[in-house]
Design a protein around this ligand. Structure first.
Ligand code: GSH
Length: 263
């Protein structure tokens, strides 16, 4: 069976989970423990980031390479168009989603965590005792801003990221006014990349992800909580309803990578 080494909270992993579900491929999630689990991931794949797909003796790192592998190895329900113009547009949009939406969403989320106490406690795993959650909740948001600055994500960088995301979502709303999917009449890699990488912008509702209920429908303030981008999120909700499978039970996330059967 296919194995997906992942973080449940990874938006690049979500792109691959959407593709696996669309293609109807059964897979086992292997939740990687940040830090220690990434050492084992390095031994497996030669790098430390998720997602990594293991298919028998094949090990593929990077969501773009995984999507390409899956479409070649499992060609039913293709996600990369064969028409040259559509293919070019699809691959460009995937690249743009990975680089623009993916990176800006991460920065934007850090900004929202810093400024919203309830949000930052909700992001902690369920296994964290309430006493620690309360401590994290009590950290003043200035300190989060300071921590962000230390890793190159000061308030200006967060503001720029949120502005870029608004431009991205505006562009997507224009395209979706004209057609049901981003490249045309059928779903492609572009749709799954955009849907997956907007996970932090607004966490999907429903039972697709093993995340706290209090996070669902929430996201980057000034984007997730205003009506302007509703056409985009309505489109994404439909994509989830049509193609994403529900996650039947909670994943455990302690120790080294743990095999979790989801079929
Ligand atoms: N270009 C990569 C990006 C993957 C990525 O950024 N993964 C993050 C999680 S969302 C990660 O593994 N971070 C841990 C680290 O960098 O140590 C892809 O498309 O798969």
């Amino acid at each position: 069976m296919l194995e997906l080494y992942q973080f449940e909270m990874s938006h690049y992993a979500e792109k691959i989970r959407l593709i696996l579900d669309y293609k109807g491929l059964d897979y086992r999630k292997v939740e990687v423990t940040p830090g220690v689990g990434q050492i084992e991931l390095y031994q497996l794949s030669g790098q430390r980031q998720v997602p990594v797909l293991k298919d028998g003796s094949e090990v593929i790192a990077d969501s773009t390479a995984i999507a390409d592998y899956l479409d070649k190895r499992y060609p039913d329900k293709p996600i990369i168009p064969s028409d040259p113009k559509q293919k070019g547009l699809c691959l460009l949009m995937e690249q743009w989603a990975d680089e623009s939406i993916g990176l800006n969403a991460r920065k934007g989320l850090i900004g929202s965590i810093g400024s919203n106490q309830a949000f930052r406690t909700a992001l902690l795993p369920n296994s964290v005792p309430d006493v620690f959650k309360n401590l994290v909740g009590a950290i003043p948001h200035e300190l989060f801003g300071f921590l962000g600055m230390g890793i190159g994500m000061g308030p200006e960088a967060v503001k720029d990221a949120q502005a870029a995301l608004k431009r991205d979502l505006t562009a997507l709303c224009f395209i979706l006014r004209e057609q049901p999917y981003l490249i045309g009449d059928t779903p492609t890699l572009a749709d799954f990349a955009v849907a997956g990488l907007t996970m932090y912008v607004k966490f999907p509702t429903g039972s697709y992800l093993n995340i706290p209920e209090s996070l669902k429908g929430k996201g980057i303030s000034g984007i997730a909580d205003i009506g302007t981008f509703e056409p985009f999120f309505t489109w994404r909700d439909k994509l989830y309803a049509d193609f994403r499978k529900s996650s039947p039970f909670a994943a455990s996330v302690s120790g080294s990578p743990t095999s979790i059967d989801i079929d």
